[in-house]
Design a protein around this ligand. Structure first.
Ligand SMILES: Cc1ncc(COP(=O)(O)O)c(C=O)c1O
Length: 388
């Protein structure tokens, strides 16, 4: 085999985290269910180089997944967790302590905000929310006790794209750690560590798993030092991942880019359809010139995924939106995104954002891998029900 570091991303996605020779030629690393791992003798128990010691801490399958995602994101190594939220909370707990100041992007995934507001504040961490478009202006918010700047780009639901290099530059100058939620990009559309971010976190329940049937989270560290801090906190918290979820998400690597490309293509068609609808007040997607950070998305990202949001005109009340949504055959209401089927989820923006003043019903659309003509036909018939 050639030097795997030189392969293009598509090739890396086919090979990352697997070595068939380890399993008698079996193509995919098999499900490994284990708590106890036996040592061959007492010397092996005391040998610091013994690779696998206890299933919760590390096992052949969790290690295979962690190697694969570290290769994709260009990091030193990773930890895996039972969900994206578990990876996020473990990562934050690894790098903040009582008395620290945490700068958190206002457009973060709402449960990340709830965790910071409830748990971290109770442990004595000061949380300050900053505008996702702040860029280098973040320097004005830095205090002596600022320990971490947390980014998520594009932001949840409204997809603001942050100036990651500008923020990282300020963070490095002040010796502040940066963590970025990279779930939107799945490690494919944007690689935070290449831009100097220290830790990239993701929910693998989205595009990595890709089939709405796994709960898994991952955090990739840039250096051995940061990895060791992360791993030790993960071990102390008991953070680990289920075998089946690891297996399915690692298998998801092989089709990840194809699924994302197809979802992106479909998303373009559906978004174009919404652009012509008079019922719409505003559309949110990084690919729109009207979106905050559009130029940064063009500069830094290699594409978009299948998710966007629609703010309807304020004259449409909850009962109007209900008639529209409930009449759709191909857009069930459901949380999450990155799976193969299209979904709709309402977002209560006023309770998630510091200064949300827009009126109107807000729906997030996840576009799947159906034929876009069927999706548009469904929307065409559904929109007729918006007004009674
Ligand atoms: C951007 C983002 N980050 C993190 C998460 C949390 O992932 P999980 O549901 O696996 O805990 C989600 C879930 O929707 C998300 O959208």
């Amino acid at each position: 085999m050639g030097n795997k570091n030189n392969y293009y991303k598509e090739t890396k996605l086919m090979h990352a985290g697997r070595n068939p020779d380890d399993y008698f030629g079996v193509v995919n690393p098999p499900i490994c269910r284990t708590s106890t791992i036996l040592y061959k003798d007492l010397d092996a128990y005391f040998d610091p180089n013994t690779k696998f010691r206890y299933g919760r801490v590390s096992n052949p399958l969790s290690n295979a997944f962690e190697e694969a995602i570290s290769e994709l994101e260009g990091g030193f190594h990773a930890i895996t967790a039972s969900s994206g939220m578990a990876a996020i909370s473990t990562t934050l707990l690894s790098f903040v302590k009582a008395g620290d100041h945490l700068l958190m992007v206002d457009s973060c995934y709402p449960p990340t905000r709830f965790f910071a507001n409830k748990q971290l504040r109770a442990y004595g961490v000061e949380i300050e929310y900053y505008d996702p478009m702040i860029g280098a202006g973040i320097k004005d918010l830095i205090r002596d006790n600022t320990a971490v700047i947390y980014l998520e780009s594009p932001g949840s639901a409204t997809f603001e794209v942050q100036d990651v290099p500008a923020i990282v530059k300020i963070a490095k100058a002040h010796d502040i750690l940066t963590i970025m939620d990279n779930t939107y990009s799945a490690g494919v559309l944007f690689r935070p560590l290449e831009h100097g971010v220290n830790i990239s976190v993701q929910s693998a329940a989205k595009y990595l798993g890709g089939h709405s049937d796994v709960n898994l989270g991952v955090a990739v560290a840039d250096t051995e030092t940061h990895y060791k801090i992360l791993k030790s906190c993960a071990m102390n918290l008991g953070t680990c991942a289920g075998a089946e979820d690891l297996y399915l998400s690692l298998r998801g690597f092989r089709t990840l880019e194809m699924r994302m490309n197809y979802a992106q293509k479909n998303m373009h068609s559906i978004l174009a359809w919404f652009e012509k609808r008079k019922e719409v007040q505003c559309l949110y997607s990084p690919i729109l010139e009207t979106n905050r950070g559009y130029d940064l998305w063009k500069r830094d990202f290699s594409g978009a995924n299948g998710v966007f949001s629609v703010l309807f005109r304020p004259e449409y009340q909850r009962e109007d939106i209900t008639r529209f949504v409930d009449s759709l055959a191909l857009f069930p209401v459901g949380s999450s995104w990155g799976g193969y089927e299209s979904l709709i989820q309402p977002q209560d923006m006023k309770s998630y954002r510091s200064n949300w003043t827009e009126e109107g019903f807000f729906l997030r659309f996840q576009i799947g891998n159906e034929n876009s003509k069927d999706l548009i036909d469904d929307l065409e018939q559904g929109i007729l029900n918006l007004k009674a």
